[in-house]
Ligand binder design. Sequence first.
Ligand code: C5P
Length: 245
Amino acid sequence: MTSNKILVALDVASGVEALALSDRLRDVTGGFKVGKRLFTSEGPDLVRTLARGGDRVFLDLKFHDIPNTVATAVAAATSLGAWMIDVHASGGLHMMQAAREAALETAAAERRHPPLLIAVTVLTSISDAVFAETGGRGTVIDQVLRLAELTHRAGLDGVVASPQETALLRQRFGPEFTIVTPGIRGGGASTAAKDDQARTMSPSEAVAAGASFIVVGRPIIAAPNARKAAEEIAAELDSRLSGLA
Ligand code: C5P
């Protein structure tokens, strides 16, 4: 069983571990997320290696800077062969538009498929209280919707959304909008503990709510048998999609 909707978060310390995991999971899942930890320790070579081997790499570096800096970073990520790249929507419309243009221009110049460019709205670690502390007005969910709207206007492909936001965003932005949902637990992604994820959904619940892709880390990579854990999630999604669940 395989599911292209599963993106495995390669939250491990070394490139050797990441490549070993990718070898075990490649034909069961739809791609790999390389985040700040692995990228900082192993650098761009790992992304190049995975991408050259044909893997879909979500380069999760959440770029947030002045438009020119973000645009040139997105161009560099596109040249690495990243399949999906993210930025912070709070960088503003101009920053996101500059990022999009850079991705499209670089991909065209290098005859690559343009990467999916998505935005983080509000980090799930930000509560209403933390939002207020940093000068935010109103609720976090209002801010998520405001920034998702801005992302849509900037012409980006979609957003990263918590399980709580996924259904609302799918309803608001329609079927073409890419929604990437982390915070997956339960169902085929059962782990003994929820780790530090407070608000979660099972894989099939997240897809039912409208997730285009689910990001799964510890329920797969910390499982005694990572491949079996990934296969169980793929089977859960398959049975849902066949209407058997
Ligand atoms: O191990 P777990 O399944 O919780 O991993 C989820 C991955 O998604 C981690 O890499 C985490 O940093 C990332 N993530 C998240 N929540 C967000 C955005 C990203 O858990 N809102």
